[in-house]
Design a protein around this ligand. Structure first.
Ligand code: SF4
Length: 377
């Protein structure tokens, strides 16, 4: 079982907080599509005979591609890989690209899941983050999308400076009123070299209040759990039957092939990452050269990777998996490292599973890194 991720590196405008790879010029869009197809062709044997259960268009803004271009890429994937009979095909889309006509067109394509970058239903939040849509588009695209798609996820962002707790609660209530079956919610973070970092350092935007962000995170958990959402990964909540198959496979350590500039691939043995530059990516493929670097993963890397991803999920870290995959010494190391966190109530040991407690959820990445083994090269 494996998945294909296709990175579409174009956006209409740069959101102030974003450090993903994208260009705001779409001049190279046609060359990019040809290069994405070429990369799939050149890497067609990398997943062997594994059946591909999911295709995920991420970005950037994949909804900037026309439906024909998206269909073309899906057909190319089908030509070169063993795609499951009924794959989950997700398209990340921004509200300003989802007119009624566009949604109708997408409904006729093989895309069967939309992940919509709503982020907030309030114009003040959207302006502060420099999103390209407004609150009216956020609501209207959802109304229209729900007429054609059952499997819809929306992204929301909390911890926004100037955004009140009441506003955040109203955001969640609005999402609940739409009855979307999946919500991904992320704390606004200040990444280096972003406009947000610069505005905060100049005092133009207030600093992020971590305590407020943590309390908004717990409001989110409470409201969504009261409404039958399962908190299956730190940033992801889904109704039964609507978890993202693509992301779940990734968190459970399945193989995936990342196509496109900056995309990462993983096959349990090595990790590859494509060049983070559109021109270099296109030129490399023009010369039939694959644009990635590769790192073979050591046992310690694989152990750290397993801890990092599993601890973020509701399934937690399986003690049996640690012992069978990495050996008894890794298991006792991990339990030793975990003991202080268990005492503090941040981790819970339930039979053969270690997971983060409710109290530890907002700190899960830090807790995971405390269980990492350090490589001495
Ligand atoms: S639309 Fe998405 S990828 Fe593009 S700049 Fe905004 S957050 Fe980043």
């Amino acid at each position: 079982m494996a998945g294909i991720y296709i990175h579409i590196p174009f956006c209409k405008q740069a959101c102030y907080y974003c450090d993903f790879h994208f260009s705001t010029s779409i001049k190279k869009k046609d060359d990019m599509i040809i290069s994405l197809e070429k990369e799939m062709m050149l890497r067609k044997d990398e997943l062997g005979t594994e059946s591909i259960k999911t295709i995920y268009f991420g970005g950037g803004t994949p909804s900037l591609l026309s439906s024909e271009e998206i269909n073309r890429l899906i057909e190319t994937a089908k030509k070169h890989f063993q795609i499951d009979e009924n794959p989950e095909i997700t398209l990340e889309a921004n509200p300003d690209d989802l007119s009624k006509g566009r949604i109708e067109e997408l409904a006729k394509s093989a895309v069967n899941r939309l992940s919509i970058g709503v982020q907030s239903f309030f114009d003040s939040d959207l302006k502060l983050m420099n999103r390209a849509h407004d609150s009216i588009e956020a609501s209207s695209c959802l109304k229209n999308a729900q007429r054609y798609f059952e499997n819809i996820s929306i992204d929301l962002i909390y911890g926004i400076p100037n955004g009140s707790d009441e506003q955040w609660r109203a955001n969640i209530e609005k999402a609940l009123a739409f009855k979307v079956p999946h919500i991904s919610a992320y704390a606004l973070t200040v990444e280096p070299k972003t406009a947000l970092e610069s505005f905060i350092s100049k005092g133009l935007i207030p600093e992020i209040d971590e305590e407020k962000a943590a309390s908004q995170f717990f409001t989110l958990i409470d409201l969504l759990e009261q409404n039958e959402f399962l908190h299956y990964e730190i940033s992801n909540f889904g109704k039964e039957g609507f978890f993202s198959k693509n992301n779940t496979a990734y968190w459970l350590g399945k193989s995936y092939l990342g196509i496109g500039p900056s995309a990462h691939s993983y096959n349990g043995i090595s990790r590859k990452w494509n060049v983070k530059n559109n021109t270099k990516y296109i030129n490399s493929l023009l010369e039939d050269k694959l644009p990635y670097e590769e790192e073979k993963l050591s046992k310690i890397d694989r152990y750290n990777e397993y801890i990092m991803t599993s601890l973020r999920t509701m399934w937690g870290v399986s003690l049996n998996t640690i012992e069978n995959r990495f050996g008894e010494s890794f298991l006792s190391f991990m339990l030793d490292q975990a003991s202080e966190h268990i005492k503090l109530g941040l981790l819970e040991l339930d039979g053969k599973t270690l997971s983060v407690s409710r109290k530890g959820k907002f700190l899960s990445d830090g807790i995971a890194s405390d269980l990492f083994m350090i490589k001495l090269r």
